[in-house]
Design a protein around this ligand. Structure first.
Ligand SMILES: Cc1ncc(COP(=O)(O)O)c(C=O)c1O
Length: 384
């Protein structure tokens, strides 16, 4: 029997049928009138989703590509950046920066621990010469399933009256967790298509503030494909310096419609409620949540592998018997945790299915759990 697949890795996420249909539309001329209309709708919609009046730039790219774009467009060799290091994706920005001869001050934390406003405050206080050109971190560190307090960190930068730019990777939080790009003073927010936006991978999106544009003017790093000025100038006439991913734009317009129909704040609430249900079921089954308490992500949950069960065996059982695909631990967390993605197109019923499948698969592998525990805990959250 063909069964529905639950792609519960922390991105790419399940693409809803409405978007799949939009993606399959016949292609259009990317320099023609039809595409212009699509671009106008896309930019308008993205501004609502990022909560910004800043410029929006779009790239045919993975998330890492647009992360690199922010570094090469804003900085110069020898600049100093303050960057979080508590997971694969925060560390990736540090590595990209070092590749380009930038000095990196790392805020290093155990993986699973969040970066707090006081961590940033301490570093900014030490920076009496105001050498730090930017504070860079992800809103949601997908590796360890923690959410950093971006609003709190933005307040610290403001209070200290520090001239640093604020660069935030929102790749695994966009259209899922509360984000206020302008109110939180985010100069460059960096997103991608394949998570909360419910699209396939292949589109990177950045927002660029006025202050960030000033930095662009002073940047001496080489760029061509990523050149923000070139892309902005082409996008002003609704074109690109190269061929854009037209099909993804069809999907994006549909995603924007779906997001407007549900309402962005309702989407944030839904993610919070579903994540609480996932965590309640996890704890009820006697499993341990890996991430620091109070900073658990509402888009992905990291769970410590129970004693005696290994991830490859578990992921095989849950995939073959229940059609649920889960994420493993990355790099030093490999074999230690498993991750359940719960962002984008996901409902209450999906949570029963996923957590029920987690329970049954662990049970089949010898884990001691009373069957029905997960569903009961999920219902407990939904009843409140
Ligand atoms: C927070 C975060 N940043 C960056 C990336 C890298 O994105 P990509 O794999 O599309 O290059 C990811 C991917 O999961 C992510 O979750």
């Amino acid at each position: 029997m063909e069964q529905r697949n639950y792609l519960q890795i922390p991105g790419p996420t399940n693409v809803p049928d409405r978007i799949l249909k939009a993606l399959s539309k016949p292609l259009v001329n990317h320099r023609g009138e039809q595409f212009k209309e699509i671009m106008v709708k896309s930019i308008e919609g993205l501004k609502e989703i990022f909560r910004t009046d800043n410029d929006i730039l779009i790239f045919p790219s993975s998330g890492s590509g647009v992360l690199e774009s922010s570094i090469v467009n804003l900085f110069s060799p020898g600049d100093t950046l303050l960057i979080s290091s508590n997971g694969v994706f925060s560390e990736r920005v540090a590595l990209i920066s070092e590749t380009y001869g930038i000095n990196v001050i790392r805020i290093t934390k155990e993986w699973g621990q969040a970066i707090k406003p006081e961590d940033v405050r301490k570093e900014l206080e030490k920076d009496t010469e105001k050498k730090i050109k930017a504070v860079c971190l992800p809103q949601n560190e997908t590796t360890s399933a923690i959410t950093n307090d971006i609003e709190g960190i933005s307040r610290v930068i403001k209070e200290r009256d520090h001239p640093a730019l604020f660069l935030v990777d929102v790749i695994s939080s966009l259209a899922s967790l509360p984000l206020e790009t302008d109110n939180w003073g985010i100069d460059v927010a960096i997103g991608a298509s394949q998570k909360g936006l419910m699209l396939p991978p292949g589109m990177g999106i950045v927002t660029v503030s006025k202050k960030a544009w000033e930095a662009v003017e002073n940047s001496k790093l080489p760029k061509w494909y990523w050149d923000y000025k070139a892309v902005k100038s082409k996008m002003e006439s609704y074109q690109f310096p190269y061929t854009p991913p037209t099909s993804l734009f069809f999907g994006l317009v549909e995603a924007i419609d779906m997001i407007r129909e549900e309402g962005l704040e309702n989407i944030w609430d839904r993610h919070n409620q579903l994540a609480r249900a996932v965590r309640a079921a996890t704890v009820a089954m006697g499993l341990k949540i890996f991430s620091e308490k109070g900073y658990e992500s509402d888009t992905v949950t990291a769970i410590v592998m129970p004693e005696g069960i290994d991830f490859p065996a578990f992921s095989k059982v849950i995939r073959t018997n229940y059609g649920v695909v889960l994420g493993g631990g990355l790099q030093k967390l490999s074999g230690k945790i498993f991750r359940i993605g719960h962002m984008g197109s996901i409902s209450k019923t999906d949570i029963y299915a996923i957590m029920g499948a987690v329970e049954m698969s662990l049970y089949e592998l010898g884990y001691a759990v009373e069957l029905g525990t997960a569903a009961k805990a999920v219902s407990g959250v939904f009843l409140k």
